[in-house]
Design a protein around this ligand. Sequence first.
Ligand SMILES: N[C@@H](CCC(=O)N[C@@H](CS)C(=O)NCC(=O)O)C(=O)O
Length: 277
Amino acid sequence: METVSTNRSHGGEQGVYRHRSTATGTEMTFSVFVPDHAAGAKLPVLWYLSGLTCTHANVTEKGEYRAACAEHGIVFIAPDTSPRGPQVPDVEAWDFGQGAGFYVDATQEPWSANYRMRSYVEGELPDLIAGIFPVDLERQGITGHSMGGHGALTISLRNPGRFRSTSAFAPIVSPLACPWGEKALGGYLGPDRSAWQEYDACALVEGGARLPDLLIDQGSADTFVSEQLKTELLREACDRAGQPATIRLQAGYDHSYYFISTFMAEHVEWHAERLKA
Ligand SMILES: N[C@@H](CCC(=O)N[C@@H](CS)C(=O)NCC(=O)O)C(=O)O
């Protein structure tokens, strides 16, 4: 692993790192914020998965998580959203291909060689992190935004017990039921929609997956909510299944990092309560 940059911030170290990924067959870049801590201490971790068009950099620069993570002693990790590079297949669109990995392991050519973000985020990156950073992987939480909210919800629902806390900002709650999801899962996984189920938070809840609780914030002025994000589908699925969930509509907020950064400290505190209980 190579260090791209480190900067002292909020009494901790914000780093950006690059490594060769076996899951994606490419170089991958991610960021890690480590608050100051006692020698030998292992800190709880909050994973943040980003949305369409993003790299690790969007939340690192605009997410405003560091003060809260420093206060609560939480390591914050932000992976990229897809494999990248001239040899990685891509299309012109911003909602498919590079910057839009959807946290799936693609099964369709030509995507299947590199687009293995599920394996990367679920397996390879945690293994790498555990050997290098002062983290306690018995105390992990996960959150994310939009496509990354979909990633956070589905990874957590598929791995019961692995994350003590799960939240999301403006998540895509059902790729089976929105144009972004139909395009991405259709492209990466093919037309058989039964293969999409394990990448759909609503379908996972309906199929019996359960988490202790959930926190979701959704802006009321988010232009993607009615066609793409469809928060109500998750509310209905959770109500039907008896899955506890706090789903908050935040008046006037849009889909941007101005929204995310406003509620970031509350999410970090909510995770800290569960990670340090
Ligand atoms: N590129 C799209 C917007 C895509 C978008 O809103 N992406 C969100 C995630 S779904 C994001 O975080 N964008 C990067 C940023 O705001 O820094 C457009 O121009 O309409």
